[in-house]
Design a protein around this ligand. Structure first.
Ligand code: SAM
Length: 293
């Protein structure tokens, strides 16, 4: 291992430092990409200075991103749409469900996909699954066209980067309106909604957007401890028909996910509820990182 150390700024005056061996680096048309190897977390993907996943704990994020909406929904999921997700972890977990007949994945950046397939192949080996339709393109544009075609999905999984750079359009109102239009009547959408500790406005902002475009729906929050991200991650989930997703309807035991974890994840700490209750919504996409304590 080299003596070279790299640091990710997590919040004001706080960073994670890794002893790294750089495996690959590229400035793509959309973002700065690199993959490094490090003793504790194994290989990691970094986009624009933000760790996207590490081999050591990506399973926690991906199992909770997929199995909570898939098993929390009353009826099994047959059709799914993934926006982002170049590493393939979300796709891997989706394809574990044999009820799935069709999964569309729309990833903006071919270079990220290629780098993940080359340097982190163990994350996903299902790129040639016949149920997969892989599209390289902007998720906001895809969902706009899908809405005008009348395309519908049982579950939409928003596995994008945080609301910065190329992903900002995925946090804007038109995108949310098109998401609602592309859900079946009992469809469910879930979105990674950042770390409330250092991005306290993202979770309540996302809740407001889903509430706005699905007035008959139910918007809930659940959480998962993804240590490589620096703290607990929030997931915002919304059902179009107002059904709760907090109780698993079918059983699956993952490396992290299980029915008890599913239920427990919906129990929020008081300070998260306070962030939600006291959020002053002016509709602008929250892109700053501030200390919330
Ligand atoms: N788990 C990670 C996290 O929580 O931050 C996300 C991982 S995944 C690699 C994020 C992907 O979103 C990236 O590959 C990026 O290219 C993609 N992305 C960003 N903006 C996008 C857009 N407008 N349309 C489709 N994909 C987008």
């Amino acid at each position: 291992m080299t003596g070279y150390w790299w640091s990710e700024r997590i919040g004001p005056g706080f960073a994670h430092s890794y002893q790294v061996e750089l495996l690959y680096e590229e400035r793509t048309p959309y973002q700065h990409l690199f993959v490094f190897k490090t003793p504790l977390w194994g290989r990691a993907l970094v986009l624009d200075g933000v760790v996207q996943l590490t081999l050591a704990d990506e399973f926690i994020y991906h199992e909770m991103m997929v199995h909570v909406p898939f098993l929390g929904r009353k009826k099994p999921v047959k059709s799914a749409l993934i926006i982002g997700g170049a590493d393939g972890g979300t796709l891997r977990e989706v394809l574990k469900h044999d009820t799935i007949e069709r999964v569309v994945m729309v990833e903006l950046d071919q270079q990220v996909l290629t780098a993940c397939q080359k340097y982190m192949p163990e994350v996903c080996q299902s790129w040639d699954d016949p149920r997969l339709e892989l599209i390289i393109g902007d998720g906001a544009k895809y969902i706009e066209e899908a809405a005008s075609r009348g395309d519908k999905f049982d579950c939409i999984l928003l596995d994008s980067t945080d609301p910065v750079g190329p992903a900002i359009c995925l946090f804007e109102r038109p995108f949310h309106e098109n998401i609602a239009a592309c859900l079946t009547d009992d469809g469910v959408v879930v979105r990674q909604s950042g770390l409330p500790r250092t991005m306290p406005k993202v979770m309540p902002f996302v809740m407001k957007r889903f509430e706005e475009v699905m007035p008959e729906g139910l918007v809930q929050v659940y959480r998962a401890p993804v240590a490589a991200y620096g703290d607990e991650m929030a997931f915002v989930i919304a059902s179009k028909d107002g059904a709760t997703c907090s109780t698993p309807q079918r059983e699956l035991i993952g490396k992290y996910y299980n029915p008890e974890c599913h239920k427990a994840a919906f129990t929020l700490p008081t300070w998260w509820q306070k962030l939600i209750d006291e959020y002053e919504d002016d509709g602008t996409v929250p892109i700053e990182t501030v200390d919330c304590f």
